[in-house]
Each structure stands twice: as structure tokens, then as C-alpha cells.
Design a protein around this ligand. Structure first.
Ligand code: S3P
Length: 179
């Protein structure tokens, strides 16, 4: 269980293209909090983009770096935190997330494929049938996203701003009055 009052105010999980970074940045602005993203932390630490990490070092190495980034962010960061789409897979990470205000941004396969632009910069979608891969990933991960989250917000046919508003309302967060 996370110690009360410590750790991120919101942790965003969900598949690639669900808007974790966009909604997260928007939430951070509206709540006057800092935004952090474990993918960006990994890229900064290693000094190369995620597709290169997958190609040069393999997915397993990326996952190990991701767990380290998650552990550090949960311990240090008190703002909004977005995770990579696969960060919920490892049981170790699921245990780390327990007790934190995790929000699952859900979306349909159709929108996911559209929003990820068929795999640009996403090594897991770089194969010959990104739509089938996306569907398989989403189906396999859906129960995990649901298990680790305290709130599920549907992002289909809704703007990032509407999604952010729903999170603020449902988690009873205090929005800054300067907007
Ligand atoms: C991944 C999602 C990516 C990134 C990596 C693996 C996944 O993050 O962590 O390419 O396994 O779903 P986004 O969800 O931010 O695209």
C-alpha cells in the first residue's frame, strides 16, 4: 500500500494511443502539478529512442529499465505520472502500483490503431499486421488494466480535455482557479 499523501496524484495506464501523455500533460497543467512519463525517463537514462532499445538490447532489457523507472517515479514524483502501455504486465510492477490512484484510459481497437498511426515509433506494432497485433495486445492486457486501476475512463469519441475533466471530477481533485 502506498503511504498516504505520498506518490503521484494520478497514475495513467492504458494501451498505446489511449492519450496517456496528452491527458497527463493537460491534467498536470490544470492541477498545477508536474508531469512525468516513465517512457521518457527510460529514453533519457539510456540516451536512445525506445525502438532502438528494443532493437539493440531486446524487449526484456527495456522492461527491466521500465520497472526501475516506475519504482523511482512512484517514490519521488508527486504530480501526474504516465506509464508505457506494457508497464502493467510485470507482477512486480502490479505490486508497486497497489494503493496508488491508477486510472485506466480505455479505447477501442479501431481508435487505438488510428491514433498510433500504425506503429510509428512503437516497436511492438512494427510487424506486418499492426491491427491484429494491437487487438491481441489489448485483449490480453484489458484484465490487467482493470485489475490495477481504481477508475476506468473511456477515451473513444472524447477529447483529452473531456477525459481530464472526468478524472478530476471522479477523483475529487482540486483544479487550479487560474485557467
Ligand atoms: C509499449 C508501449 C509504449 C512503450 C513501448 C512498449 C507497450 O508506450 O513503452 O513501445 O508494450 O505497449 P506508449 O503506451 O506510451 O506508446
Amino acid at each position: 500500500m502506498a503511504p498516504a499523501g505520498l506518490g503521484p496524484r494520478v497514475v495513467l495506464v492504458g494501451p498505446m494511443g489511449s492519450g496517456k501523455s496528452t491527458v497527463g500533460s493537460m491534467l498536470a497543467r490544470r492541477l498545477e502539478l508536474a508531469f512525468r512519463d516513465t517512457d521518457a525517463d527510460v529514453v533519457e537514462r539510456v540516451g536512445k529512442p525506445i525502438p532502438d532499445i528494443f532493437t539493440d538490447d531486446g524487449e526484456q532489457h527495456f522492461r527491466a529499465l521500465e520497472t526501475e523507472a516506475l519504482r523511482a517515479a512512484l517514490a519521488e514524483h508527486e504530480g501526474i505520472l504516465a506509464l508505457g502501455g506494457g508497464a502493467v504486465l510485470a507482477e512486480e510492477n502490479q505490486a508497486l502500483l497497489r494503493g496508488h490512484p491508477v486510472v485506466f484510459l480505455s479505447l477501442s481497437v479501431q481508435n487505438g490503431v488510428r491514433r498510433t498511426g500504425l506503429g510509428q515509433g512503437r516497436p511492438l506494432l512494427a510487424g506486418i499486421n499492426p491491427r491484429a497485433t494491437y487487438r491481441a495486445l489489448l485483449e490480453a492486457r484489458l484484465p490487467i488494466y482493470r485489475a490495477v486501476s481504481v477508475l476506468e475512463v473511456d477515451t473513444d469519441h472524447r477529447s483529452p480535455s473531456q477525459v481530464a475533466t472526468e478524472i478530476i471530477e471522479k477523483l475529487h481533485l482540486q483544479e487550479s482557479s487560474h485557467e
